[in-house]
Design a protein around this ligand. Structure first.
Ligand code: MOS
Length: 734
């Protein structure tokens, strides 16, 4: 009964997106809409001594200027500002709360006007006097003060001693700079004042219910008075996991004026939000002469803010991928005068695996061993960190199929040995790993007599294809053509869903749909039994399926009743079911997705220009619900990996504690000219243990491994090992 699951189904929301019918947070209108322009701090640390908004207020069309001095009431307790994905420790940022400045580009005022241009102009007239304090924004300046945070991966054996005793060793540091998400869509919120204290909030977010709870607790609102909608997103990548300050500002504006208010960040202001934290990855790997791993130490030192402890697992991945009897993993945080980092595509893994897989490549060079061989020598069939088996791990197949498709066997291991005209050619590879997470989620199905089903869930589709896969799953589960399924997402009034992130939504929401469809089937069966001489009179729930618009016996398809007949007979025009699905607490198996990434770079020897000419990414991620949207996720991840390896870097001027390239002209991301041949392979990975459908979810696995594979290819091409990202031409020539 899998007519749609597993097929390369095109996006069901594709037409809405290309025609502009899909509306984004800043596109919702309301009578008398007021526009808010944000003013941000020019210093990194200190206090606002004086803020004079009188000139701005005198501008015709300006309705008010909100600051910490005159804003409406907001909650004081930290707990009220903690959203579902806030760091456990710390005091979440709240805009216009007090006179304190915690980071450069912190919002300090909201100018409200009847036209956007007026608001933006008036915002330039604010007169602000600061009391500056000494700030630190350089990770290297603070690394000695970094403190250790608890991480799940436990040490085993004695890594330092085993390292010292290893026949072949490699130890070094790898650096990842701050990177910003830079989604196409700017962060924006349109808060519609519905009267009677009710608000409809159109926000750019990956979790409408998370924002709904946040708005209610921060502004003391009743749940029924706040509805949050985010049906489409122009890119999230983790930036929208936590409520961002645009939503708090827009709500403040609406409460102050008792009118509808829209707040849109500028591109520069987007650099005041969360980011991928700069991280120093220190690796020490030791092996015996034959290449068997003996010792692995991975210590990460990452940035956090002065007010929250944000950390992700950078260091444990070596214990998930490889078999090493002696390991030690340490994660440290250094506090800087910056905004709190946030999740960004494969947080922890994109950075940690870059360090790990670069170090593995350097070890392979020291061993004079093929990099794939080295990884196979210490291949682990168990998650060594927790000493448990995987629900499935077809990484071996990823290496094999990826290498074959790439032509890896033709690689000359000698650096600088391969050439194409005046370009040096380099081939590198790396492993990738991510978690296969799954969360409780609920769905509602309304099946009507005409054989049409509305499927709804509060989940957001952050561009990953959630609308499409849920339509596929529902069509198969209900036995209807996919054209008969409408999927509604991204509205806090719909059945509960977690924030969309961590690549967990495919597994989470599809099982909610399956579970709800089962309830529909049960009700249809009960109704079918009441029909006189029903062919299903003695059928049990487990004996029937829904197919071709009918409920039928699995064993004898002629024993069937059409949905239309059932509804006509029962006099109902619809069946409505809502069900929450939970996965249970089984921790006996590790759940991970894996990949093997093979990269070809061509480097102009005289100019140092690096091109990533070929990438093969072989991915093992359980059952792939939609080979088209899933492949798009992997291609997108590879493009991000190319950006991380070669382009992306948020540059600070530490004297001012300020980001100097807060725009997409000087913050480089890959463009079409940077992208060449990318091939995605999904290896077959049946998984009966993980969940009913065998789904693991893809997205983040697409980036993991790519930066290391590129760095390794650059070394192979040039003989120069660059250990700090991005690998720009000056570093290659130098
Ligand atoms: Mo993702 S970084 O969990 O949106």
């Amino acid at each position: 009964m899998a007519a749609y699951i597993g097929t390369p189904t095109s996006r069901v929301d594709g037409r809405a997106k290309v025609t502009g019918e899909a509306k984004y947070a800043a596109e919702f209108n309301s009578d008398g809409l007021v526009y808010g322009a944000i003013v941000t701090s020019t210093i990194a640390k200190g206090r606002i001594k004086r803020l004079d908004a009188s000139a701005a207020k005198r501008v015709d069309g300006v309705l008010d200027v909100l600051t910490h001095e005159n804003r409406p009431h907001m909650a004081d307790a930290d707990q009220a500002w903690k959203d579902d994905v806030a760091p456990e420790k710390g005091s979440p940022f709240r805009p216009l709360y007090d006179d304190g400045i915690r980071f450069s580009r912190q919002p300090i005022a909201l100018v409200l006007a009847r036209e956007w241009e007026i608001a933006v102009f008036a915002a330039t007239l604010l007169d602000v006097e600061y009391a500056s304090e000494a700030h630190v924004t350089d990770l290297y300046a603070e690394r000695d003060k970094a403190f250790v945070v608890e991480k799940p991966a436990k040490p085993r054996g004695d890594a330092p001693r085993a390292y010292a005793a290893s026949e072949v060793r490699h130890e070094d540091e790898y650096f990842v700079p701050v990177e910003h998400h830079n989604p196409m869509e700017l962060f924006a919120a349109t808060v519609v004042w519905e009267g009677g204290g009710k608000l409809t909030v159109y926000d750019k977010t990956q979790g409408v219910q998370n924002v709904q709870r946040y708005v209610c607790s921060a502004f003391n609102k009743k749940p029924e008075d706040v509805r949050v909608v985010s049906a489409f997103m122009g890119g999230g990548f983790g930036a929208g996991l936590r409520p961002q300050y645009e939503v708090a500002l827009a709500v403040l504006g609406a409460l102050a004026l008792q009118r509808s208010v829209r707040v849109v960040l500028s591109r520069a202001q987007m650099y005041g939000l969360g980011y991928r934290p700069a991280t120093i990855e220190r690796l020490a790997v030791g092996a015996s002469k034959d290449g068997t791993l003996n010792a692995m130490t991975h210590e990460a030192t990452a940035v956090t803010s002065e007010y929250e402890d944000f950390s992700r697992n950078d260091t444990g991945w070596g214990g998930v991928l490889y078999n090493s009897p002696n390991v030690n993993f340490v994660h440290r945080l250094a506090r800087l005068d910056v905004s709190t980092p946030c999740d960004m595509r494969a947080p922890g893994a994109a950075t940690g695996v870059y360090g790990l897989e670069s170090a593995m490549d350097e070890l392979a060079v020291a061993l004079k061993l093929d990099p794939v061989e080295l990884r196979l020598k210490s291949y682990s069939d168990r998650d060594r960190n927790e000493d448990r088996p995987y629900t499935s791990k077809q990484l071996r197949e990823c290496y094999a199929q990826g290498a074959a498709a790439f032509g890896w066997s033709r690689r000359n291991p000698e650096p600088r040995s391969m050439r194409d005209g005046k370009e040096l050619v380099g081939w590198g590879m790396a492993s990738g790993v991510w978690e296969a997470l799954q969360m409780p989620a609920a769905a509602r199905i309304v099946l009507t007599a005409n054989g049409h089903a509305d499927v709804s869930c509060a989940a957001s589709d952050i561009g990953t294809g959630t609308y499409t896969i849920l339509a596929q799953v529902a069509a198969d589960a209900l036995g209807l053509p996919i054209e008969n399924i409408s999927v509604k997402l991204g509205d806090s009034t719909l059945p509960d869903a977690p924030v969309e992130g961590g690549s967990w939504m495919a597994a989470s929401a599809s099982h909610a749909v399956i579970a709800t469809a089962e309830e529909v089937r049960t009700e249809l069966l009960a109704a079918a039994k009441t029909i006189e001489n029903s062919p299903l009179a003695d059928a049990k729930a487990e004996d029937v399926v829904l197919a071709d618009g009918k409920i039928m016996s699995k064993h004898d398809q002629s024993r069937a009743v059409s949905i239309t007949d059932i509804m006509r007979h029962s006099g109902a025009d619809r069946i409505l079911k809502e069900k929450k699905h939970e996965f249970g607490e089984d921790s006996s198996h590790a759940r991970n997705t894996h990949s093997a990434v093979f990269v070809e770079v061509k480097i102009d020897e005289e100019l140092g220009i690096i091109r990533v000419t070929r990438v093969v990414s072989a991915v093992a991620a359980g059952r792939i619900l939609n080979t088209k949207t899933a492949a798009s996720q992997i291609i997108g991840g590879v493009v991000w990996g190319i950006g991380m390896a070669l382009h992306e870097e948020t540059v600070f001027d530490h004297r001012f504690g300020r980001i100097m390239n807060a725009n997409i002209a000087e913050y480089h991301v890959p463009v079409n000219a940077d992208i060449h041949d990318i091939k995605v392979i999904f290896v077959d990975e049946p998984d009966e243990k993980i969940n009913k459908l065998g789904v693991k979810g893809v997205g983040e696995i697409g980036i993991v491994g790519v930066p290391a594979a590129i760095a390794n290819a650059v070394y192979h091409a040039t003989g120069t090992r660059v250990r700090d990202l991005p690998i720009t031409l000056d570093k290659v020539l130098g």
